[in-house]
Write a protein that binds this ligand. Structure first.
Ligand code: ZN
Length: 358
């Protein structure tokens, strides 16, 4: 660096989300010549981050930061900070002296799935469609092997979604096997498949699911060489460094004929996922109904409650009845219904070898 001698003991550190556009002259030896990639924290990192953010917060005895760190794979530092803040707000709202495990539980859901919108007006019809839609996602995830466990499924509107099926991986994932991705696509189609099977109609609620399934199939074919027809090739060079996990511009570097084959392969993968979801659900119709009815009654189902329903066991009685909502037709432009994943999972799926920065 100009103005500094190499023996002055000055270390200059800078951060950037766009290392790809930096002037190479900046990166020459003696300048910014070391590159440290800061990925999402692992479980040890999350524990350390939680310790920092809970330092000045009175924690109740039942809060175990180690368990919290284990239960939040994929969270970045800002997510963890936000979770701690939300937990403190929940505790303050109920005039508690300490932040307890229940507050953290609610805060985690808020960070994962967005804030509940209990005031949103939803018709009974729409609630029913949402319940079957989410039951479809949930059951496909449960019936396929090697999927992430279901953390929670709810038909309380959160953010833009009318319902949410939340999967939470057990561990950090850095690479994703092909089977896992195919299952993920089938899970995304589970919502639409359930609507068609039970309600015999399709709704716009599956729009986001379909978009994400298609995007995943495209990455499998064009980036990860997972199509037997096309072989282990990459199509469409990206105009940026991959590890940031964002796409800017695709550069078309293949023929018109290959483009058609790519489209065909994407269509095949998506259709097979949809057919798989539909088959699984049609073989288990009573289970879909049981799950959806339980959702309509309770509005939220935890992972272990879903397991009980699938095993045919009775659920514990409701602790408090769900707050009733007025039931009128909502205004036009009802939100979509994404199967939420961890924040940025879709982004990390772009480049399965590396976990991108937040
Ligand atoms: Zn959905």
């Amino acid at each position: 660096m100009d103005g500094f001698e190499s023996n002055e003991g000055v270390i200059l550190i800078a951060a950037s989300n766009r290392p790809d556009v930096l002037d190479p002259a900046l990166l020459r030896p003696g300048r910014f010549d070391r590159r440290v990639v800061v990925p999402r924290p692992d479980v040890r990192g999350r524990l350390a981050i939680l310790k920092v953010h809970t330092r000045s917060i009175p924690l109740s005895q039942d809060v175990d930061l180690d368990i919290l760190a284990r239960g939040t794979p994929g969270f970045c530092g800002a997510d963890l900070e936000s979770m701690v803040n939300e937990a403190a707000l929940f505790a303050a709202r109920y005039n508690k002296n300490h932040v307890d495990a229940q507050d953290f539980d609610k805060a985690k859901d808020k960070v994962l799935m967005g804030a509940e919108r209990r005031s949103m007006i939803i018709s009974d019809d729409e609630k029913r469609v949402t319940a079957y839609h989410e039951a479809g996602h949930t059951l496909v995830a449960k019936l396929l092997p090697d999927t992430d466990p279901i953390h929670k499924v709810t038909i309380i509107p959160r953010g833009m979604a009318l319902g949410t099926t939340q999967q939470l991986p057990i561990d950090e994932k850095h690479t994703y096997p092909k089977e896992y991705l195919l299952s993920q696509i089938a899970i995304l189609y589970g919502g639409r498949a359930a609507e068609e099977l039970i309600l015999e109609e399709a709704t716009t609620g599956a729009g986001n699911d379909i978009e994400r399934a298609t995007e995943l199939a495209r990455s499998m074919v064009c980036e990860w060489g997972m199509s037997e027809t096309l072989g282990p090739l990459a199509f469409g060079k990206r105009d940026e460094q991959v590890f940031l996990g964002r796409d800017l511009a695709y550069q078309k570097d293949f023929s018109e004929q290959t483009a058609q084959t790519i489209d065909g392969e994407i269509r095949r993968i998506c259709t097979e996922g949809f057919v798989k979801a539909r088959r699984l659900l049609s073989e288990n119709l009573p289970l879909v109904r049981r799950l959806a009815e339980a959702l309509l009654e309770r509005e939220v189902l935890e992972g272990d409650e879903i397991d009980r329903i699938i095993r045919g066991e009775a659920l514990a009685p409701l602790r408090e009845p769900p707050r009733s909502r007025p039931t009128h037709r909502p205004a036009a432009g009802v939100g979509d219904d994404p199967v939420s994943d961890l924040p940025g999972l879709a982004a990390s799926l772009r480049n399965p070898k590396l976990v991108p920065e937040s």
